[in-house]
Design a protein around this ligand. Structure first.
Ligand SMILES: *Cc1c(COP(=O)(O)O)cnc(C)c1O
Length: 425
């Protein structure tokens, strides 16, 4: 479900015509719907009602402070993967006791910052990291809370670049090594076991991989609770969203509960029977499913170029603004800001100005015939959009606006040329 829709042939976000935002802030422009984030969070929270739970939003999906602030207001916790993310969430008033810190390469200073902040738990991904945390905690004269990330060795049935839960991935501690490392951890004076975590990948579109992973680790989780006092089981994130029909042109924009679709309720209903009997606190780390469909990237067509065998719609947004198509071969729905039902359809590539052949937003896509000067929206760009943006080709990163009802807030200014060089002076 989201709050982007056509009214009188104009694309709206909540109560605001997107066109008016473009006129005010220019393009490329990220536009977010606050109500969509609130709806998704609330739905997920309700879906997990049957268990004692904490939603830890995966900050890397979209780390703008104003988005984080929305989640703080909803009572969300946060899943962090860097000192920078810790800095961001503390700045917006997050409760450190609702924060977990994951990642295979936590540095000494990051560990120290997280201990000093008083985070809920580290999610430990290797034996060496465990010793490092123990050492730093000793220096600070505290006992640090740790959870083990178990790699359950199950395929997530998603794109290879976002599969994390097999023995071929760098993440987590192998299933067969966990008990050994656990025994060693018990001898360390400055860490204590707080929980167990799994996270098998992203954009997962069926419940089976989740069920398989949970089933595989449950005996171990039980043991870690009974024998070693683990209090939480963190089942990770990874719930996929609809990218291809995020908005049915001409209809009001409600996310269809299609049969094949992994809805939050379907996910929760499938996993609750497995996790409820554990009697533990359940953590989830959703990123994409909370913010993905809450954002669009609006862009203007610069030129339309007829090649010999292809037609290219060249727009002012590029792979540096939204890298998902280039990086993951991701599909994002593209719509005109102005809907014209009888417009001629043609097959085109929508490409940006960056000097790379992988710089595209859509390939061989059947779209209404766009003209130069016209605006289009790339949907479902709220997750892994701006947070992965760069200045490649010395392009300025886009501005971001957050809409709630008829309220408009510029939550990040467009960069200027001087921003490109300030740190080089
Ligand atoms: C990226 C990540 C998530 C969030 O994944 P989504 O697919 O966005 O839900 C959760 N946990 C960890 C450890 C991650 O690295």
């Amino acid at each position: 479900m989201h709050h982007f829709y056509y009214k009188d042939s104009e694309l709206y976000v909540e109560d605001v015509p997107v066109r008016s935002l473009v006129e005010r802030y220019g393009t490329p422009l990220y536009v977010y719907s606050a109500q969509t984030i609130i709806d998704h969070y609330t739905r997920f929270d309700h879906a997990l009602e049957a268990v004692d739970h904490l939603i830890c939003y995966a900050v890397k999906a979209n780390s703008n402070q104003w988005i984080l602030k929305q989640l703080v207001n909803l009572g969300s916790g946060f899943d962090l993967v860097s000192g920078g993310e810790l800095y961001r969430v503390l700045r917006v008033g997050a409760d450190p006791q609702k924060c977990t810190f994951a990642g295979v390469g936590k540095t000494q200073s990051e560990i120290e910052e997280a201990i000093k902040a008083g985070i809920y738990s580290f999610i430990v991904e290797s034996e060496e990291e465990l010793y490092q945390i123990d050492k730093i905690a000793a220096r600070l004269s505290v006992k640090a809370p740790v959870a083990f990330r178990i790699n359950p060795d199950v395929p997530a049935l998603t794109h290879a670049k976002i599969t994390t839960g097999t023995d071929l991935n760098k993440f987590g501690i192998s299933f067969c090594q966990v008990e050994d490392i656990l025994e060693k951890s018990l001898k360390l004076p400055n860490v204590f076991l707080k929980g167990v975590q799994i996270h098998i990948g992203s954009q997962i579109q069926s419940v089976e991989p989740f069920l398989l992973a949970i089933q595989r680790v449950i005996p171990l989780v039980e043991k870690m609770k009974k024998r070693f006092g683990a209090e939480f089981f963190d089942i990770g994130g990874g719930i996929g969203i609809v990218y291809d029909k995020a908005l049915e042109s001409g209809e009001h924009a409600w996310w269809q509960e299609r049969n094949e679709l992994l809805t939050l309720n379907r996910y929760a209903n499938a996993i609750i029977p497995l996790i409820k009997p554990l009697g533990m606190k359940i953590l989830v780390e959703p990123g994409r499913v909370l913010v993905g469909n809450a954002g669009i990237l609006v862009s203007q067509v610069i030129y339309v170029k007829k090649g010999v065998s292809k037609k290219f719609v060249i727009v002012d947004a590029a792979m540096n603004d939204l890298v998902r198509p280039a990086f993951y071969e991701a599909y994002h729905q593209i719509l005109p800001l102005k809907e014209q039902p009888n417009r001629h359809l043609e097959v085109v590539d929508v490409v940006g100005p960056v000097c790379e052949s992988s710089d595209y937003l859509a390939l061989d896509r059947r779209l209404p015939e766009f003209r130069s000067g016209e605006y289009l929206a790339v949907l479902s760009a709220g997750a892994y959009g701006f947070s992965m943006a760069s200045n490649y080709n010395s392009r300025l990163r886009p501005a971001e606006v957050l809409i709630q009802g008829n309220q408009i807030q510029l939550i990040r200014k467009r960069e200027s040329y001087s921003d490109l060089v300030t740190l080089e002076e």
